[in-house]
Design a protein around this ligand. Structure first.
Ligand code: HEC
Length: 243
């Protein structure tokens, strides 16, 4: 021991309880946080975790694994995408005859004012349904459409006396389509006739009736053979290609 032990006054040196021992009590106690900042207990955390996992699982299971199939009917078939370059037309893979008839129906919109949408006629306009002019050969139909009809005309046993305008300004294609439509939808086709009239046949009709000036009258139409058909190749209703 040195002389100045009193001056240093170190407890441990004096054999009093150690500082470590004295502070261990303090270290053992938790530090109290200010009210409101205390940490959450373990159980609420575990409980929260269970809820999150179970809830996520429930959503996953009931939302088909979060796939979009939940919102799409099983029978849904996506429409073909339009071409991104805007160039090519969409592929229309319906049979040729369906498209041909569809176009013919559009052209018929110009006839429907007089002959009515169902071809039943009315108000002085003769019907196309049940008409011998429609049920007969394509030569008479070609002649009627290209040059029109004027004066008394007997249709299905009834006499009419009106004016059927000429449609020669329509393209060969439109005339072919509308006559095909009228024959197939309103007519009773002769055996073995599929009712199809082609562009080629209209071209032949223009040639055949080119000497006609003005509208036809009934006598002139009757001079055309009833079952006379316009020349031209038959076509495959599926492809429109000549057979
Ligand atoms: C402005 C009214 C009018 C329009 C439009 C018209 N027709 Fe007619 N059509 C008549 C009349 C009226 C007759 C009868 C003419 C007569 O009495 O001489 C007739 C006669 C006919 C006939 C022969 C008689 C019959 O009923 O079968 C055919 C076929 C025919 N039209 C088809 C057409 C087609 C196809 C179109 C469209 C491209 C068309 N018509 C547009 C008024 C019209």
């Amino acid at each position: 021991m040195s002389d100045n032990s009193e001056e240093r006054n170190l407890d441990y040196e004096a054999g009093t309880p150690s500082v470590v021992d004295m502070h261990s009590a303090v270290r053992r106690e938790k530090i109290l946080q200010p009210s409101g900042s205390e940490s959450v207990g373990l159980w609420p955390l575990i409980f929260g975790a269970i809820i999150l996992v179970a809830g996520g699982g429930f959503l996953f299971k009931n939302a088909n694994g979060f796939s979009n199939s939940t919102y799409i009917e099983t029978t849904y078939v996506p429409a073909p995408r339009p071409p991104s370059d805007g160039g090519e037309e969409l592929v229309d893979d319906r049979p040729w005859i369906e498209k041909w008839m569809g176009e013919g129906k559009k052209v018929y919109g110009q006839c429907a004012a007089c002959h009515m949408a169902g071809g039943e006629g009315g108000a002085g306009n003769p019907p196309l349904v049940g008409s011998e002019w429609v049920n007969g050969g394509t030569q008479r139909l070609g002649a009627i459409l290209l040059h029109g009809v004027n004066g008394p005309l007997t249709v299905a046993g009834q006499s009419y006396n009106g004016v059927m305008p000429a449609w020669s300004t329509l393209s060969d294609k439109k005339l072919a389509q509308v006559i095909t439509y009228v024959r197939r939808d309103f007519g009773t086709l002769p055996d073995g006739d599929d009712g199809i009239v082609t562009v080629e046949m209209i071209g032949a009709a223009r040639e055949m009736f080119k000497d006609q000036s003005g509208a036809y009258n009934e006598a002139q139409l009757l001079a055309i053979p009833e079952d006379g058909n316009l020349p031209g190749a038959q076509v495959d209703p599926l492809t429109g290609e000549a057979l």
